[in-house]
Write a protein that binds this ligand. Structure first.
Ligand code: GMT
Length: 376
């Protein structure tokens, strides 16, 4: 296809939507497109020099007349500047609010025919969509975009129900870079003093309330009663204190390892036997895909897009929300049966390569771009 000039906006700090936006930009650049990140800081996954990738920083100044610094206006102005200066074909924004609305404003300001692609990631609908002060703006951003995608069918349907836009939404699933997330034999169990005969359960998140990390710990308490095992908790966030208290009150201090934020999560997956994601809201669950790509079967809740990633009984299990006993039961089934674990491990790797392979997903985005590139 024709090589395009594509602007990408996302929240550049830690978070699944920023990861997807950045990884997509990197893969598109490898395919020869020119990528312009327009963000408030360098996206954290843009940690090495990549040809064809440029970074335009949005500077938000604070003046005493403003009660709040005007990020949205600064972003729209920067987008308009980049659209004109670089002659962008496409502006692909991740997360509806305020990015889709800023893109529409920027297109007007630049008076240029740039195509706008908006990708919905989850909380932009499942949390902000319930705020009546924002629904009108979300609907506007969606309807004025040329193309809108959602990261799962579940999020697409929730958007139709909640926002009721007169715009078609296409599901394009998330992906991982298979060169980074793959099964590996590296054995770093000894770094954490984990014995070879101990099973390792892992949870990775931003420790927000919606992630129900307390359910992960409670399920692990059941597992720990039945077998020698360790729980790795990776990440940090507002619920951390409550989780530390829960671990103490259950007497699990020796068996729960708090690892904080980590860059090389794939190494941690290489020593993990099982992943738990027990959220009450989850549009997709990118961390599931990362684990599965490394050959780690997952148990997740019957929520949002999780059942589109975990095939119950094939590459893991789906449990009802809040049902920690059911989670523990499924976990013990996987951890005590070597054949089942092996089968689920292989199925996990296959799911990632058949249904979510980065080349399939990037092809889908390229097709959409082709559809919306406007003649000048
Ligand atoms: O999970 C979070 O709280 C972060 C959030 C984000 O905006 O980065 O993640 C959302 O987007 C990810 C990438 O598409 C999805 O994998 C997550 O499921 C989604 N989070 C929620 O829906 C809660």
């Amino acid at each position: 296809m024709k090589k395009l000039k594509i602007g990408i906006t996302c929240y550049p700090t830690v978070g699944g939507s920023g990861v997807i936006a950045t990884e997509l930009g990197k893969l598109l650049a490898e395919r020869g497109h020119e990528i312009h990140f327009i963000t408030s800081s360098m996206p954290f996954r843009l940690n090495r020099m990549v040809p064809n990738i440029f970074f335009h920083q949005v500077e938000v100044n604070s003046y005493s007349v403003f009660q709040y610094a005007p990020y949205d206006i600064a972003l729209a102005s920067k987008m308009a500047e980049v659209i004109k200066k670089e002659n962008l074909d496409i502006l692909h924004v991740h997360y509806a609010i305020p990015h889709a609305v800023c893109a529409v404003l920027a297109r007007d300001m630049a008076e240029q025919n740039v195509g706008i692609v908006t990708t919905l990631h989850g909380t932009d609908i499942s949390v902000l969509g319930y705020d009546s002060s924002l629904t009108g703006a979300i609907r506007y951003g969606i309807e004025k975009s040329d193309v809108v995608t959602a990261v799962s069918d579940s999020l697409k349907n929730e958007t139709y129900q909640l926002i009721q836009p007169s715009q078609t939404i296409e599901t394009i699933y998330n992906f991982v870079d298979e060169r980074e997330y793959m099964p590996s034999k590296s054995n770093i169990k000894s770094y954490f003093n984990i014995q070879d005969d101990e099973k390792v359960v892992i949870h990775v998140s931003n420790f927000r309330k919606v992630k129900h990390v307390e359910d992960v710990v409670s399920s692990f308490a059941y597992i720990r009663k039945e077998m020698r095992s360790k729980l790795l908790l990776v990440g940090d966030g507002p619920e951390m204190n409550n989780i530390i208290n829960l671990v103490d009150s259950l007497g699990l201090e020796k068996d729960v390892l708090f690892l904080g934020k980590q860059d090389n999560v794939s190494e941690l997956y290489s020593i993990s036997d099982l992943k738990l994601l027990l959220s009450e809201k989850e549009a997709f669950g990118l961390v599931l895909l990362e684990a599965m790509a490394c050959g780690v079967p997952c148990i997740g809740t019957n929520v949002g897009g999780i059942p589109e990633v975990i095939e119950h009984g094939q590459n893991g299990y789906i449990a009802p929300l809040n049902d920690v006993e059911a989670v523990a039961c499924y976990a013990l089934k996987i951890l005590t049966n070597t054949d089942l674990h092996k089968r689920m491990r292989m199925a996990s790797i296959e799911t990632v390569s058949q249904k979510f392979h980065s080349s399939i997903i990037v092809d889908q985005y390229e097709k959409l771009y082709e559809k919306v590139v406007r003649p000048y």
